[in-house]
Design a protein around this ligand. Sequence first.
Ligand code: FAD
Length: 355
Amino acid sequence: MKKLVLLGGGYGNMRVLRELLPNHLPNDVTITLIDRVPYHSLKTEYYALAAGTISDQEVRVAFPEHPNLNIIYSEVTGIDLDQKQVLLSGSDPVSFDELIIGLGCDDKYHDIPGADTYTYSIQTIGEARDTYQKLNNLPANSIVSIVGGGLSGIELASELRESRPDLIIKLFDRGKTILSSFPERISRYVQNWFNMNGVDVVNEANITKVEDQLLFNNDEPVHTDVIVWTAGIQPNKIVRDLNVEKDKQGRVILTKYHNIPNYENVYVVGDCASLPYAPSAQLAEGQAEQIVTILTKRWEGKELPEEMPTIKLKGVLGSLGKKQGFGLMADRAITGRIARILKSGVLWMYKFHKG
Ligand SMILES: Cc1cc2nc3c(=O)[nH]c(=O)nc-3n(C[C@H](O)[C@H](O)[C@H](O)COP(=O)(O)OP(=O)(O)OC[C@H]3O[C@@H](n4cnc5c(N)ncnc54)[C@H](O)[C@@H]3O)c2cc1C
C-alpha cells in the first residue's frame, strides 16, 4: 500500500480529502491525516469565537470517516524530507510515500519587542479560546487594543463592539485610512461603521514596543487592558524550519505542480505555500483541487498538463458585526446587509458540504 500523509486538517487538506475520498482514491493508497486538534477548525470564524458571539461548537467540523483514512491526533514537531518521515511529539515518527503539508500560519511580530509575550492571538483555536476568556472576563470600561486593521482586525473589533458595548475598543492600523488598499467606497463605509459604533480607529500607527498592558505607538505609551495581535502572519514554524527555498514571506517556493523542487512527492498547500495571491481559505481550497489532479495523474502514470490553470478566486467578504459587511466580488465593491448575508451564506454552504 502507498501512504499519503496529510499534515494539518485545515481548509487545504479538507478539500484534498473531499476530492479524494469519494472518487479518486486508488485501492492501493491509504491516507493518514495528522492534526493536533480532533476536528476541522473553522479559522475564518475565530474572530467571532474570541468576541464571544458564537459558541465553540460552531467552529468545529468533524473529520470525514473512510476505511482508507487513518487519523492521528498529535503535534507535528518536524519533517525529514530525505528520510520521508514526519516527527511527532511523544510518539513514533510516521513515514510517508507522499506528503501534503497544510499546517497554516502563525502570527508575525515583525521583531517588535514584547509583541509575542504581551499580546493575545486569534491564530489557532486554542489561542482564540484564550482570547475569548480574557476579553469576556474584562470589567466594564476596560480598554482593548487590536493591533492590525486588516480583515481579521476589523472583524474582531466590530464583533467585539456588538458583544461588549461597555468596552473601549481601539483599532491600530498602519494606513492613512482603514483598508487603504481597497476601493475608497469600502474604506469610507468601514470607517463610518466604526465612527457610528464607537470604535476608535488609530491611523498611521507604528507599534514600536509592547509591555504588560502598555502599547507604544510611534514610541508614545498607550495604556490598555488587553492587546490582541492581528498585524501579520507567517508560515507555521515547522515549515519555517524546513531547509528549502522560501519567498520573502517565508512561504515555500513550489513547482507549478505544487510540489517542493527536488521532492516530487512533497506538496505544500495553503498559507505555507508561495502563490501569487494573499493567503486565504479559498486559495487553499483552489490549490488543493489542483494538487489532487496532479496526485491522481501521477498515481495513474499519466502525463501532467503543460501548464496549470490559474486558480480562480471569488473575492473577499468581511463582516461588521452580525448585520453589516463589505466585500469585493468580481472587482465590484459591495457594502451593507447584502455583503453580510453573502458572507453568512458562504459559511453555511461550507458547513453544509462538510457536514
Ligand atoms: C480571523 C480570520 C478571518 C479570516 N477570514 C477569511 C475569509 O473570510 N476568507 C478566507 O478565504 N480566508 C480567511 N482567513 C484566512 C484563512 O483562515 C486561512 O488562509 C486558511 O485557514 C488557511 O488554510 P490552511 O489549510 O493553510 O491552514 P489552516 O486552515 O490554518 O489549518 C492548519 C491546520 O494545521 C493544524 N496544525 C498546525 N500546526 C500543527 C502542528 N504542529 N501539529 C499538528 N497540527 C498542526 C491546525 O490545528 C489546523 O487544523 C481568515 C483568517 C483569520 C485568522
